[in-house]
Design a protein around this ligand. Structure first.
Ligand SMILES: Nc1ncnc2c1ncn2[C@@H]1O[C@H](COP(=O)(O)OP(=O)(O)OP(=O)(O)O)[C@@H](O)[C@H]1O
Length: 189
């Protein structure tokens, strides 16, 4: 049986994608991400309900009014968002445990739903090491490193309030991956 949804959060650059990629590779059929809703037009080959739930702007706005979203945002003229229903569908339809990779606002929002999720925070060994990883990844400008470090401080303050069920410090990758698996498999067997 699929387990409760698992929310993975933590500062940008802390290693969430690295850890999750490894988990999905090791267990290709056990976990899934929810399908996002978007108002952008499908690109060739994209399937409705698989790549995205393609909706109109009016439909999207109604969903916002209904409080259907865990999080939503607007990028370059299009709306994107994750609904509670899409998360439920991963367990009910796909029979997989849904993993959500979201930020602090998303965590707060999931806590207000009936998803009964479990919360894992991936912390960097230090803010100095986080800066090195963000710079080392080669995907960020100086400005975006600064912004991410400021956001990281807010995320870490939030984690100190005890909002998560488990905090994994991603210092040694092997050790962090073992701890992550231990948390995840504690309830998804
Ligand atoms: N334990 C580790 N030790 C050293 N480097 C690491 C470790 N884990 C991840 N990294 C490196 O740190 C960088 C950031 O990792 P990653 O992209 O997985 O972060 P993220 O938390 O998913 O970030 P974002 O939220 O921006 O997607 C990558 O270059 C990755 O290879």
């Amino acid at each position: 049986m699929p387990g409760r949804p698992i929310v993975v959060s933590g500062p940008s650059g802390t290693g969430k994608s690295t850890l999750l990629k490894r988990l999905f590779k090791e267990y290709p059929n056990k976990f899934g991400f929810s399908v996002s809703n978007t108002t952008r037009k499908p690109r060739p080959g994209e399937k409705d309900g698989v790549d995205y739930n393609f909706v109109t702007v009016d439909q999207f706005k109604s969903l916002i009014e209904e409080g259907a979203f865990i999080e939503w945002a607007q990028f370059s003229g299009n709306y994107y968002g994750t609904t509670v229903a899409a998360v439920k569908k991963v367990a009910d339809g796909l029979k997989r445990t849904c993993i959500l990779d979201i930020d602090m606002q998303g965590v707060k929002s999931v806590k207000k739903t009936d998803l009964n999720a479990r919360f894992l925070f991936v912390a960097p060994p230090s803010l100095d090491e986080l800066r090195k990883r963000l710079e080392g990844r080669g995907t960020e400008t100086d400005d975006s490193v600064k912004q991410r470090l400021a956001a990281a401080k807010r995320e870490m303050d939030f984690a100190e309030t005890g909002a998560h069920d488990k905090i994994v410090v991603n210092d040694d990758l092997e050790k962090a991956y073992k701890e992550l698996k231990k948390f995840i498999f504690a309830e998804t067997v």
